[in-house]
Ligand binder design. Sequence first.
Ligand code: ATP
Length: 444
Amino acid sequence: MKNSMENIISLAKRRGFIYPGSELYGGLSGTWDYGPLGVELKNNIKQEWWRRFVRARSDVYGVDSAILMSSRVWEASGHVGNFSDPMIDCRKCKSRFRADALDIAKGCPQCGAKDFTDARPFNMMFKTNAGPVEDTASAVYLRPETAQGMFVNFKNVVDSFHPKLPFGIAQMGKAFRNEITPGNFIFRSREFEQMEIEYFVKEAEWERHFATWQSAMEEWLSFVGLAGKYSLREVPEGDRAHYSKRTIDIDFDFPFGREELYGLAYRTDFDLLNHSKASGHDLWYLDEETQEKIVPHVIEPTFGVDRTVLAVLVNAYAEEEVPSGDGAASDGRARDVRTVLKLPARLAPYTVAVFPLVQNKEQIAGRAREVYGLLKEWVAATWDGIGNIGKRYRRQDEIGTPWCVTVDYQSLEDDTVTIRDRDTMKQERLAVAELLGYIEKHIS
Ligand code: ATP
C-alpha cells in the first residue's frame, strides 16, 4: 500500500529521520529519537514557526521556561486534579486501556475476554522528586504542556517590557504525558514537543482575536504544505477542557484516521486568575487608557511539533513511476519506481546535494568540492559521490532534497553545472555564480 504508516516508519528509520527510543535495549514505549535528518526537519519546522510567530511580530515575546516547575503551578492550573484519562484493565490478560477509546461490549482487544475493572482516572503527569529526599514536599512534575510556563512569566514579561494589550508570550519545548496507550508512531508519545502562544486580550475582543489566530494557523498550515489537507472541528462543550469556552481542533487525515493535529482554545481568564489566587501575587494588568485593572483573557493556539513532522512526512511521501535511470544513460522507455518526499524546500533536511559526475577525474571532483564548499556556507548542502547519478538522485529524492547539482565535463570548460529539480526531475544548466540566486528564487 502506498503511503502507509509502515512505509513511512521504515523510510524514517532507514534514512536516519526517526528511530525507536532506546532501541538497543528493546525500546522504551512512547519514546522516539530523531536522527541526523529528522532533527534537521524538526529544527526547520521550529525555526520557521519561531520566525513567523515571534521574530516577525512586535506583539509576541518568546520565553524558554524550565521543564521542572513548582507543584503549586500544577495545582493552580487544575492539572493535579483534572489532567487524567479514564483507565480500565482487562482482569484476564491484565492489558490496560483508555476507557474512552475502548468498546467494552466487544471485549478485550488483546484476549477477547469481557471481564474489565471499573474505569478509574489516571493522572498523566510524570512525577519525580527534586533533591535527595523523596517526600511530598520535594515532589515535582515534568510539565505536561508548555503553556503554564508562559502564565507564570506573565508578570515578568509585563514588568520588563510593558507591552500593550493585545500581546502574546510564546514558547516551544518538551512536554511529557504518561499516555496510557502511546502509539501510531510519533503521533502519541510520552515525551514530545509543543509550540504554543498565549495571547492576552481584552475580554470584549476575544472573538475577533480568536478568528485572527485561526487565520494565522491556517496560513502556517499552507506554509508547511498542508493547505486543503486539514479540517476544522468545533469541539462541543462537553468535550472541551475545563477552562475553555471555545475550542477548535485542527484535524489531519493520518493513515490511521482523522486525528487532532493542532488546537485553538479560548481559555478565558482562568489561568491568570487561578495563579493570582494560588500564588498571592497580583496578576492584574493596568489598562493605561482607562486606568482600569483588568485580568486579560487568553487565546491559545497550540501546535504539536512531532505531529507536524508526521503530517508533513505523510503528505510529502509518494511512490511514482519514472523513466528508469533518470539522469543517467537511459533508453527513455523502461519504467522505474521512485520513492520521493515532496517536502516544502524550506523544511527539507538538505536544500541541495552536490555531485561530481565521475569520481575518478580529479578536476571534476575538485571543482565539485569547491561548489559544495561555496553552497554550504549559505544553505544546507550535502555531498554524494557514491554510485551512479541515477542512484544518487533516488537517494536524494527519498530524503526530500529539492535540488541536485552535478559538476561534469562541461563545467571545466565554461563553469556551468546542471541543477535538477526533485519534483519535475528536469535539469537546467546554470553558471556556478547563479546557483545561490536560483535557490533563493525557487525556495518556498
Ligand atoms: P489528544 O486528544 O490527541 O490526546 P490533546 O487534546 O490532549 O490531544 P492538547 O492538550 O490540546 O492535546 O495538546 C496540544 C497539542 O500537543 C496537540 O494538538 C498535539 O499536537 C500535541 N500533543 C498532545 N499530546 C501529544 C502526545 N502524546 N504526543 C505527541 N503530541 C501530542
